[in-house]
Design a protein around this ligand. Structure first.
Ligand code: BDP
Length: 593
C-alpha cells in the first residue's frame, strides 16, 4: 500500500475538487445504473464529510453516490493504472466507465484497484463511487446498539458505540496513479540502533520478477549505495552506519532512501521514502527511544473540524503541529482510528511520537459468538491494513489494537463491585489481535487503551498499559482531591499487578471556554486546569508512568445526547477552532521544560 508518488516513471492524478453527489436513501442506485452517470445531482467537496456540507445530510448515514469525469494521460496506456481512495467511511464500491472495479469495507484506511483495462484513452472516464455508512452492531466500530452504549450508560443520536460523530463520505483524496508494468510492489524499512550508537537500515522489497535493484541512502552529506538482485518476488539489503544521525523528537532527522529497479541499464521503477533511524523498546518499566527513556506528553486527538467533518484538512493539520510546538508536546494517539497518511508524514518531519490506533473502538461481547467473530475478522483486517500503510513511519512507535473495549459486567466493574470470572474468550479476542500485530511487525510494542474497570487479563497481553481515567469527572464529581487519590490508588494497584510501563492515555474534563469560577467548579476553565494539573502531579511522582495524554486536544463533534452540550465533547484544551483554554497555558508551562 505504497503512497502514490510522482517521479520520472510513476504518475499521480489527484482528483480532489468538486464532485457530483446524490443521496440514495432507497438504495436504488445500483439497480438503476447510477454508475453510468448521476441525474439531478449537486456538487460536493472531496475530500470532506458530507454531513455538514448541506442542511439535509447532517444525520444521514445511508447510501450516497459520488461521480466525476476525468481524462487520463495517454502515456499511461503502456503502464498499470490504479484508482486509490485514501478513506471512504464506511463501505465503498467503485466503478470506472460502468465497470465495477472493487469494493472496500472500513473507514480511515486506503484501498486501491487496478483499473488499467477499464480506462478510455481518447475520451473522459466516468468514475462513480457508492459510499454507505449505516451503523450496524456487527461492524467495527459498532453502531445501532440496543440500549445505548457503554452498557447502557449513554444513549446518543446517531446511535454509535463511541463518543464521536460518525461522519460519512470520501474523507481523503481520491487519486489515480500509474506505475511501470514491472513495479516495486512494497517496501519495508526496519531500523535499529546499537548500544554504541551504530545503526542499521534494513530494506525489504517485494516485486514479482527477476530484476536488478539499487538502494541509495542519502543523508548527512553522504550517499550510501547497495546493489542487489530481486528474485522470486522478494529481496532485501542492509545498510550499516557507524554514526548515524538518529531520529528523535528533538532532532527528527530523515534520510532519503531511493530504490531503483533496472534491467540492461534501463530504469524500470523508482520509489523514494523518508527514513528515520531509531529504535523503540520496552524494557522493565521504561519505554526507550534509541536506548534512552522517553516520556510521552500530549493528547488523544480527533480528525474533526467544522464543515470539513473528518475530511482531510491540511491547514488544520499544520496548525495542530504548530500548537504542539507551542506547547512543547511530543506525542499523540490517533484516537480512535487511523489518521491520514499526510498526518503521519507530518509527524515524521516534526518528531511527533504516534500511538497508532485501529478503528476498533467500542468493541463489546454481548451479542453471541457469531457476531463477535464477525467483528474480530474486521479488526484483523483493519490491523493488517494499518500496519501495511504505516510500518515505514519513524513517528509510529506503538500499535494500539483497540480503544475501550467494553467488558461484560461493565456496570459492576465501574462501581468496583465483585464480578463473575471473566469469560476467557474475551481475552482470546485481544490475544489474537496482539499476536497478529507482533507477527506483522515485531519491531513495535503493542497496546490497547482500557476503560475504567478493564480486566487486568487484557492488559497482561500488552507491552505498555494504557488507561483512560476520569476520577474527578465521571466519578468524584466536583472533588478533585478525592479523584486524585482514587487515581493514585488505582495506578499503584495496577502497576503492582502488571509491572509494566503505563500511560494515562485519557484524562480530562468538559470545559466551556469563557466560563470561570473560583473555587473551581465543573465545566469551568479553572476546574479543567486543576484537574489536569492534579493528574500530571500524580504521574510525576511515579517512575512507571511513561506518558500522559490529555483528553482531548480540541473540542470535537459527537452525536446528540444529554451528556454532550451543543453536540460537542468539550474536553478540548483548545476550542474546536483551536483557541487555547486556561489548561493550554498550564500545559505549556509544564511541557516546555
Ligand atoms: C472515553 C472514550 C472517549 C470519550 C471520552 C469522554 O475513549 O472516546 O470521548 O471517554 O467521555 O471513554 O470524553
Amino acid at each position: 500500500m505504497l503512497y502514490p508518488q510522482q517521479n520520472d516513471v510513476r504518475n499521480v492524478l489527484e482528483l480532489s475538487g468538486l464532485w457530483q453527489f446524490k443521496l440514495d436513501p432507497s438504495d436504488v442506485g445500483e439497480a438503476e445504473a447510477w454508475f453510468n452517470g448521476l441525474q439531478d445531482s449537486r456538487l460536493i467537496a472531496v475530500p470532506g464529510s458530507w454531513n455538514e456540507q448541506f442542511e439535509d445530510t447532517r444525520d444521514y448515514l445511508g447510501v450516497a453516490w459520488y461521480a466525476l469525469e476525468t481524462f487520463v494521460p495517454k502515456s499511461w496506456q503502456s503502464e498499470r493504472s490504479f484508482i486509490r481512495v485514501g478513506s471512504a467511511n464506511y463501505h465503498a464500491r467503485v466503478w470506472v466507465n460502468g465497470q465495477v472495479v472493487g469494493e472496500h469495507a472500513g473507514g480511515h484506511l486506503p484501498f486501491a484497484f487496478d483499473i488499467s483495462s477499464a480506462l478510455n484513452w481518447d475520451k473522459p472516464n466516468l468514475i462513480a463511487i457508492r459510499v454507505e455508512n449505516n451503523l450496524e452492531p456487527t461492524r467495527v466500530p459498532p453502531g445501532d446498539l440496543k440500549g445505548g452504549f457503554l452498557g447502557g450508560f449513554m444513549t446518543n443520536y446517531p446511535n454509535t458505540s463511541y463518543d464521536f460523530f460518525p461522519y460519512a463520505g470520501l474523507h481523503r483524496p481520491v487519486k489515480l496513479f500509474s506505475t511501470p508494468k514491472n513495479a516495486i510492489e512494497d517496501i519495508t524499512v526496519i531500523t535499529s540502533v546499537e548500544a554504541g550508537g551504530a545503526g542499521t537500515v534494513q530494506v525489504q522489497l517485494r516485486q514479482t520478477g527477476k530484476v536488478q535493484a539499487v538502494a541509495r541512502l542519502v543523508g548527512e552529506g553522504e550517499t550510501l549505495e547497495q546493489a542487489f538482485q530481486v528474485e522470486s518476488g522478494a529481496a532485501s539489503t542492509i545498510f550499516r552506519l557507524d554514526k548515524p544521525r538518529l531520529w528523535s523528537p528533538k532532532d527528527p532527522y530523515l534520510y532519503a532512501l531511493e530504490i531503483e529497479l533496472g534491467e540492461d541499464g534501463k530504469t524500470l521503477d523508482r520509489y523514494s521514502l523518508d527514513v528515520g533511524i531509531r529504535s523503540v523498546e520496552v524494557r522493565g518499566k521504561e519505554l526507550l527511544l534509541n536506548g534512552e527513556p522517553i516520556f510521552l506528553k500530549d493528547f488523544g486527538k480527533h480528525e474533526d473540524f467544522p464543515i470539513h467533518g473528518r475530511g482531510l484538512n491540511l491547514p488544520v493539520l499544520v496548525r495542530d503541529h504548530s500548537l504542539f510546538k507551542w506547547l512543547g508536546a511530543n506525542s499523540y494517539r490517533t484516537a480512535h482510528y487511523p489518521y491520514s497518511e499526510e498526518a503521519m508524514q507530518m509527524a515524521d518531519r516534526e518528531g511527533i511520537l504516534i500511538i497508532d490506533e485501529t478503528p476498533a473502538v467500542g468493541i463489546f461481547f454481548e451479542d453471541g459468538a457469531e457476531n463477535i467473530a464477525l467483528r474480530l475478522k474486521q479488526c484483523e483486517q483493519h490491523l493488517q491494513e494499518l500496519v501495511e500503510r504505516d510500518k515505514n513511519h519513524p513517528s509510529v512507535i506503538m500499535w494500539s489494537v483497540a480503544n475501550e473495549p467494553l467488558p461484560p459486567d461493565l456496570r459492576l466493574r465501574f462501581a468496583g463491585a465483585e464480578v463473575p470470572p471473566l469469560d476467557p474468550s474475551t481475552t482470546d479476542f485481544f490475544r489474537t489481535l496482539v499476536d497478529l500485530s507482533r507477527k506483522l511487525d515485531p519491531s513495535r510494542p503493542v497496546t490497547l487503551a482500557g476503560i475504567h474497570g478493564s480486566p487486568v487479563e487484557w492488559f497482561e497481553l500488552c507491552d505498555v498499559v494504557l488507561v483512560n481515567r476520569y476520577f474527578g469527572w465521571y466519578s468524584q464529581q466536583g472533588r478533585l482531591d478525592e479523584g486524585k487519590r482514587m487515581l493514585e490508588a488505582e495506578l499503584d494497584d495496577l502497576f503492582g499487578k502488571l509491572g509494566k510501563p503505563m500511560i494515562v492515555s485519557e484524562f480530562g474534563a468538559d470545559t466551556l471556554a469563557g466560563f470561570h469560577s473560583n473555587p473551581p467548579e465543573m465545566f469551568s476553565e479553572e476546574y479543567q486546569r486543576d484537574f489536569i494539573k492534579g493528574y500530571l502531579d500524580v504521574a510525576d511522582a511515579r517512575d512507571f508512568i511513561i506518558g500522559m495524554h490529555v483528553w482531548n486536544f480540541a473540542d470535537f463533534k459527537t452525536g446528540q445526547g444529554i451528556m454532550r452540550v451543543a453536540g460537542l465533547n468539550h474536553k478540548g484544551v483548545f476550542t474546536r477552532d483551536r483557541k487555547p483554554k486556561m489548561a493550554a497555558h498550564l500545559l505549556r508551562e509544564r511541557w516546555q521544560d
